[in-house]
Design a protein around this ligand. Structure first.
Ligand code: GFB
Length: 328
């Protein structure tokens, strides 16, 4: 039995980011009539007083906490204080305000980098805190673990309905394509696109991959995550707790591939035929992070965007953005 939440007020924290935007469009598209968002200029979620005031004024029924400082392997490694500090502060303000103002359900978005670096694959929710973290993203991971634990504690102590979704590596339209801060998929799309015909003789210039290319990653299209958020919003609390007593649900597609194979797929989509080189001074990070999705499978949800289709849509979005920037 699904819950009909469509007339409830849903606050999407972080609605201008790739994830928040996709959630907004998806909920809007399926008939949610009462969506609320604030830009970071309008409301600094690191400020607990401003956040509390916003919750008191708006009185949302549901909260999707998609606001976070995020980035790829290099950004995580370079800005550890921002990644741990901002995320802890945002989570603390929003989760406390939701508790204090009696929100019906909060969905907190984490990441699968919270699992130990050498967790058995596929990684189940039970592997949380069973071993050391990957050093490059430990700062972000510690913040996200604390966010989940705060939700779990709110449920345990106060009975609050707070659920954490742990999506695997996300990609899609609206992603960050800045080569210093982005994740691997948008970075490789951009690099392959820009290398086309860029050699002095007009052939395709080389593309440089960071690290060995051997690590494996699982990629989830952001609209699939948005649909998982909708699905969880509409699933009765008891059904969720039956499969997830700790309130934690992995979200993935159940398949991964090496970064070298991702590069080959992107070359095929973009039409790049030049060589691929490796910058081995850059870190590899976690060797593999395939998630075990059996909890969400049991509840009845599965991702349905094939990797190739998702990358093609993301590439179309990127090309349009590049063209409109040039025309401006
Ligand atoms: O996507 P990514 O930055 O993050 O890197 P993580 C994944 C893999 O791709 C690493 C390699 O082995 C990178 O070395 N890679 C190859 C590249 N070429 C590139 C490139 O041009 N750019 C980038 N960015 N990577 C992040 C965490 O880890 O994943 C976050 O740091 C978060 O905290 C996020 O959990 C989902 O998958 O290694």
């Amino acid at each position: 039995m699904r819950i009909d939440n469509q007339s409830g007020k849903v606050y999407i924290a972080g609605h201008r980011g790739m994830v928040g935007q996709a959630i907004w469009q998806h909920l809007d598209g399926v008939g949610y009539e009462n969506l609320v968002g604030r830009t970071s200029d309008e409301l600094d979620l690191r400020d607990p007083h401003a956040t509390r005031q916003f919750f008191e004024e708006e009185q949302p029924d549901f909260v999707v906490l998609a606001a976070a400082r995020v980035g790829g392997i290099l950004a995580n490694d370079r800005y550890p204080a921002d990644f741990i500090g901002d995320n802890l502060a945002i989570q603390q303000s929003v989760i406390n305000a939701a508790h204090e103002t009696g929100v019906d359900r909060l969905i907190f978005l984490g990441s699968t980098c919270i699992y130990p670096k050498h967790a058995p694959q596929p990684m189940s929710e039970d592997s949380l805190l069973t071993g050391p973290l990957e050093p490059t993203n430990q700062w972000y991971a510690v913040a996200k673990i604390a966010g989940h634990k705060l939700c779990e504690a709110m449920h345990r102590q106060h009975g609050d309905d707070m659920v954490t979704l742990m999506p695997t590596n996300l990609y899609g339209p609206g992603d960050d394509f800045d080569l210093e801060t982005s994740h691997v998929l948008p970075a490789l799309l951009r690099k392959a696109h820009e290398a086309k015909g860029a050699a002095p003789d007009g052939s395709d210039a080389p593309v440089t991959l960071w690290g060995s290319g051997e690590p494996k990653r699982e990629f989830l299209y952001v609209d699939d995550l948005a649909d998982a958020v909708r699905f969880v919003l509409e699933t009765p609390k008891d059904e969720i707790r039956e499969v997830a007593p700790d309130g934690m649900l992995n979200v993935g597609i159940g398949e991964d591939l090496s970064i070298n194979d991702l590069m080959a797929l992107i070359q095929d989509i973009v039409g790049h035929n030049g060589p691929v080189e490796h910058d081995r001074s850059k870190p590899d990070g976690t060797p593999r992070k395939l998630v075990d999705t059996s909890r969400l499978d049991t509840l009845g949800w599965q991702a349905d965007t094939a990797l190739r289709d998702g990358i093609e849509t993301t590439y179309d979005w990127f090309k349009q953005r590049v063209t409109s920037n040039v025309e401006r």
